[in-house]
Design a binder for this molecule. Sequence first.
Ligand code: TRP
Ligand code: SF4
Length: 336
Amino acid sequence: MTEGRKRIVSGMRSTGKLHLGHYFGVLANWKKLQNEYDSFFFIADWHALTTKFDSTETLADNVYNVALDWLSCGIDPNKSTIYVQSYVPQIAQLHIYLSMITPQNWVERDPTLKDMARALREGGHNDSQISYGLLGYPVLMTADIMMFNANYVPVGIDQVPHVELSRDIVRRFNNIYKTDFFVEPEPLLTQIPLMKGVDGNKMGKSFNNDIKISDDEKTTEKKIMSAITDRSRLRRDDPGHPEDCEVVYDYWKIFDSEEKVKEIDSLCRKGEIGCAQCKRELAQKVNEMLAPIRAKRKELENNPKLVKEILLEGSNKAQKEAQIILDKVKEVVRMY
Ligand code: TRP
Ligand code: SF4
């Protein structure tokens, strides 16, 4: 930890093996940020419980898989503090204090939370699936952030309402307990290239359209070969329209140079490359880029003890820091 650097906290729910959307949307960014900020990255297993409290059989495994993906993508325990939320019980205590001061209607207004509740109902769940804990989702997030007095919270645009609410809760805490110790965190928005799934919809494992970091090369190729391309192209030498080929052409833009994209563009328009060949070449490129990450992952898979040690060590480090803040919280609340 270098003194004087601004601090960031961010987390990811432990939902299982991560895909390329996570890589380009989050991990590539964290990997950069860890060189510039005092970084705290954690696996949000309590947040996973807010919606998955009744299917916990994969919970611990998911945490482990997320850790494997992070580490193989270059989130570095020597640069960042990497931990598991539930290994830092101070966060739960802070959550209690924050839950007392957060007006009920503040959480009820949170648009991201409303979306989550709506998605649950549309997924066939009834109201009993929408728990008290789920309502506290943004309050728990505030505890995650305030626990380390973070200045910035790197998140995607969908999480911004939560962070705004966190600012409000921290400000209210400071006002009620007459302190200016706790930092009002700001979202750190990144221009994230939205990575579509191979079917053109949002990439997600529930849609089975995702390319996992941990997929093997064959599976990756198969998934890319299944992508829809310019539908007006019937024969291999029909002139194509890259702008109507949202998946494959967009992937080229993410995975290769501007020059290569221009080349594909021109070959496609002239009908000089077939879609099958284009996709096969793309798959090769994707596999090439993922090769070192996958090799690292394999290495770590063979050493589960090391991965668990990294999580424990990071969590211990986080606990030490968290305890200092928790003591400060108890002092200003006048618990003793
Ligand atoms: N809610 C975030 C997500 O679903 C994960 C998260 C939990 C988080 N606590 C956080 C992100 C604190 C930033 C800061 O992506
Ligand atoms: Fe898309 Fe490539 Fe087919 Fe052109 S050749 S339509 S870019 S898959």
